[in-house]
Write a protein that binds this ligand. Structure first.
Ligand SMILES: *Cc1c(COP(=O)(O)O)cnc(C)c1O
Length: 218
């Protein structure tokens, strides 16, 4: 599928859900993709991208940002505290805030740098052992702790379990966000972004449907 096909599907899903046109941001997930494919999407005019790894992003985005104006890059993969500074300098948004230690580190660095990327709290909606994220029942408390640190928390993010109906997880994430007065919802990937839009996603993270299959999985 082309970038335009995905945009069209998002527009249709927005309309069907009675949402404003353009209310959903498409994050093109460029992890592991060859530079030529990423460049082609930039040349098509797309400007919002997602990466999983700080190191990989540091290797390719500074040059792309020099070559194309108005680019923003979102971190959608796990972040270690010792990479927080580099991540805050590199990314416009971090979708994987998931523990107090990291929140404290980001808060300290935000003071020092005088700036902070938009933050999303990752929620482990399926309570999966192997998955990062705050447990649903601990999310209200964690958001309050982040707010006490003055962190710019804009919303919540989830990656539903592969073997469950994603809509249930999207609905749960939307419910937790609403009761915490958070407007941002980062949810939906190549296989389920239209369902995510129907349930209120403000950011969908679409990789393989735009770029083709990844050469290898992270
Ligand atoms: C890789 C990845 C995506 C994109 O997945 P696709 O299925 O290729 O659309 C979205 N979100 C996260 C957190 C990812 O790691």
């Amino acid at each position: 599928m082309s970038l335009q096909d995905i945009q069209d599907k998002i527009s249709k899903a927005e309309k069907e859900a009675g949402r404003d046109a353009g209310s959903v941001e498409l994050i093109a997930v460029s992890k592991v993709q060859p530079d030529a494919r990423v460049q082609a999407v930039l040349q098509d005019g797309h400007r919002v991208f997602g990466e999983n790894r700080v190191q990989e992003a540091a290797g390719k985005w500074p040059a792309f940002k020099d070559a194309f104006s108005g680019v923003s890059v979102h971190l959608i993969g796990p972040l270690q505290s010792n990479k927080a500074r580099q991540a805050m300098e590199l990314f416009d948004a971090i979708h994987t805030l998931d523990r107090l230690k990291l929140a404290n580190t980001i808060a300290r660095l935000a003071q020092e740098l005088g700036a902070c990327p938009d933050l999303f709290v990752q929620v482990n909606t399926g309570a999966e052992d192997q998955k990062a994220g705050v447990l649903p029942q601990e999310t209200d408390g964690f958001i309050a702790e982040c707010r006490a640190l003055d962190l710019p928390v804009k919303g919540l993010m989830c990656i539903p379990p592969v073997d469950e109906e994603a809509s249930l997880h999207f609905a749960l994430l939307a419910k937790i966000a609403a009761r915490n007065d958070l407007g941002g919802l980062s949810m939906g990937m190549s296989g389920d972004f239209e369902r995510a839009v129907a349930l209120g996603a403000t950011h969908v993270r679409v990789g393989s449907a735009i770029f083709g299959d990844r050469a290898y999985e992270l």
